[in-house]
Design a protein around this ligand. Sequence first.
Ligand SMILES: [Zn+2]
Length: 222
Amino acid sequence: MKYEIIRSKRRTIALQINSDATLTVRMPYGASMEYVERFIADKKPWIEKKQEKFRTLGLQHKPKQFSEDEEFIFAGKAYPLEIVPGKTARISLIPEGKLRISQKCLEAPKHYIEWFYRQYAKKYLSNRLAELARAFGYKYNSVKINSAKTRWGSCSVRGNINFSWRLVIMPPEMIDYVIVHELVHLEIKDHSRRFYARMSELMSDHKIREKWLKENSAMSNI
Ligand SMILES: [Zn+2]
């Protein structure tokens, strides 16, 4: 883990995650590097969680360049882009946590990456929908994926549920919120008090999630 060190007359070590997701370590003059390394190792999960959050936020408004190491988000997790040689179009998420595309895809990167998001969304959202429907005792008819930009999901009177593939750019807990919202629409079509009462029963913090989604919807533009 890379970090910048600032030594001063302080007594304790403090870790600071900057808005560009870099780590600054503030430490006493006398502290040994071994001690600092151990301290950082202990806090690693916390550091990574914070860094992830800043990375995610940082991606909000930047248009994509489709360059090496540029990050693409799947279910809230950032995957740096890896470009490999290849005359046929290939694209996949590799176990090393990267989005690997072949050179060929660069002829129309947005097209290929959107196509890939759609495949990912189909799989992720239909699995998760099935799980949550089972958990909460709902029955739906079908699930389809569209490209809607301003609507995460919808539910028809016949019980057909639609999701935008853009939803899978959001963190898992936000995806769950949209899924549960559509599941409740199977039972209650409008956004009445009864609807929100049911939402609260199934997901007590649904209001916080809804607000977060509204504030961060720009993340879904790639
Ligand atoms: Zn609704």
